[in-house]
Design a protein around this ligand. Structure first.
Ligand code: URA
Length: 480
């Protein structure tokens, strides 16, 4: 038995170094006991422990970036078996290189679930921490108390360094405290809540801010409790406002509805000119042109408000293939045309490789407005939710009814959801033809953006080939 002692509960570097040596020396998972410094003695405490194998034995190990990203999150989970699980995965990956693609495999499933829980907890920490000001000999400092469910303190700390680089701050938690002194990030052992100040003038600022951003029309108490579990409420100054705001919400939202401006938002002259240039010369009510024109003013869901324009489908009216993506991206939103950005370029390449002429097909999206979140000068892509997908389905149904394609191709989960009305795993249904109550036969494949997100070059190349193979199947199904 070999005992590995990690420096702290989220010691990814320690786990990684030990795992490399152990795996390089072919040590079986059952022969390793993983402990965290300061934890109670392990169950095998009495068994004799062997030495760690030498580092040099780790030469031939292969690990993908995907696995390392996953492991970095999984080590932050509170489950005591996380280190052993990751080590088992590491060993299995040496034989089964695509193991992480098998989402239903027990180990992969557990690791994915842990990584997801950690991601959520990190999000909560970055969203719900509220600093309070204290005066110190060195000037003002900001302190906060947080009780994370998983060991996300070290994972989240760099976010606060970026966000509050010009403040001296400390985040106190029961297990580890993070401190930024304007120059370096340091960690000290955990503490108790008594060390965090309870009240100060920043609280008033937060209350005013929260009351101003509170949107009564979005009030969903269930979702609020899920997103911000009540155990966090006590640490938030604004939580004292919530009952009062909830009470006033219905009257306030009626007022908001009554005051919604009826005129379309002003667009920049550049966008207006682009829209004008892109419009069909002869507009008429019928056909695809009439439909495109009608979609320009679509307000079936709230997404129009943040987008530059409707990005309608594009292609030939007699197309045999109808390709459906998720929603326009930043570039598509500005240009008013689908799939012209990075995902579109990859899509074009794959189509050409599969012998499909994009000019002869029709390409559109499940959702016709760009859903985004402004972040500084950038607009971050946000996935559409089910009600937005459902609201926009009407347009796809019309496009499909006019085109009458031989085959509709759903690229990615949003398109599958839109076209079938159900949620199917793309991994499980890929390559299948599903019956749709809205548009006839639907062939399922991945979204080109999925390929863009892969970091491992070999994996990227394999997935690209698989995507081209799917498109070749599409060509055969449609044209024989
Ligand atoms: N992704 C999509 O789903 N559609 C586009 O038009 C561009 C990127």
């Amino acid at each position: 038995m070999i005992a590995v002692e990690l420096a702290h509960a989220a010691d990814f570097d320690g786990w990684r170094a030990a795992a490399r040596s152990l795996a390089g020396a072919a040590v079986a998972g059952e022969s390793v006991v993983w402990r965290v410094k300061g934890d109670a003695a392990d169950l095998f405490g009495d068994e004799p422990k062997g030495p760690m194998p030498a580092q040099s034995a780790a030469g031939a190990l292969t690990v993908s970036r995907h696995f390392l990203d996953l492991a970095e999150r999984v080590v932050c989970h509170r489950d005591p078996t996380r280190f052993a699980l990751l080590y088992r995965l590491l060993l299995r990956l040496q034989e089964q290189h695509r193991l992480l693609d098998h989402a239903t495999d027990d180990d992969v499933f557990r690791a994915d679930a842990m990584a997801k829980a950690v991601r959520r907890e990190r999000h909560k920490m970055t969203a719900y921490v509220r600093f309070r000001e204290i005066v110190t000999d060195d000037g003002p400092a900001f302190i906060t108390w947080f009780e994370p469910e998983h060991h996300v303190e070290r994972l989240s700390a760099p976010f606060f360094v970026d966000r509050f680089a010009a403040m001296r701050w400390s985040i106190l938690t029961p297990e580890v405290c993070a401190h930024w002194d304007l120059q370096a990030l340091t960690f000290t052992p955990g503490t108790t809540r008594d060390f965090a100040p309870d009240d100060d003038r920043l609280e008033e600022h937060w209350r005013t801010y929260y009351a101003n951003i509170f949107n009564p029309a979005r009030l969903k108490i269930g979702a609020m409790k899920r997103e911000m579990p009540m155990r966090y409420w006590k640490n938030l100054p604004e939580s004292s406002l919530i009952p009062g705001l909830i009470q006033k919400a219905s009257a306030q939202s009626d007022g908001m509805i009554a005051s919604v401006p009826m005129a379309a938002p002003k667009r920049s002259p550049k966008i207006l000119a682009q829209q004008e240039a892109g419009k069909p010369a002869a507009r008429h009510e019928g056909g695809l042109d009439g439909l495109r024109h009608a979609a320009e003013g679509c307000k079936r869901c709230p997404l129009w408000a943040n987008a530059t324009q409707t990005v309608f489908g594009e292609g030939r009216a007699d197309a045999q293939l109808l390709f459906v993506g998720e929603q326009p991206g930043d570039k598509e939103d500005l240009a008013g045309r689908p799939f012209i950005g990075p995902a579109g370029q990859l899509f074009d390449r794959a189509l050409a490789a599969a012998g499909i002429d994009r000019e002869a097909a029709y390409v559109t999206n499940a959702v016709k407005h760009f859903k985004n979140e402004p972040r500084g000068k950038r607009r971050l892509h946000k996935s559409p939710n089910v009600s937005e997908i459902n609201a926009c389905r009407w347009w796809i149904e019309q496009e499909s009814a006019l085109l009458k394609p031989r085959l509709t191709i759903a690229m990615g989960a949003t398109a599958v959801r839109s076209l079938t009305g159900e949620s199917h795993s793309v991994l499980k249904t890929r390559g299948q033809v599903l019956a749709s109550p809205f548009v006839g036969d639907v062939f399922v494949t991945v979204h080109p953006s999925f390929l863009l997100r892969l970091r491992d070059e070999a994996e990227k190349a394999r997935e690209y080939d698989a995507f081209v193979a799917d498109l070749e199947t599409v060509r055969r199904l449609a044209y024989g």
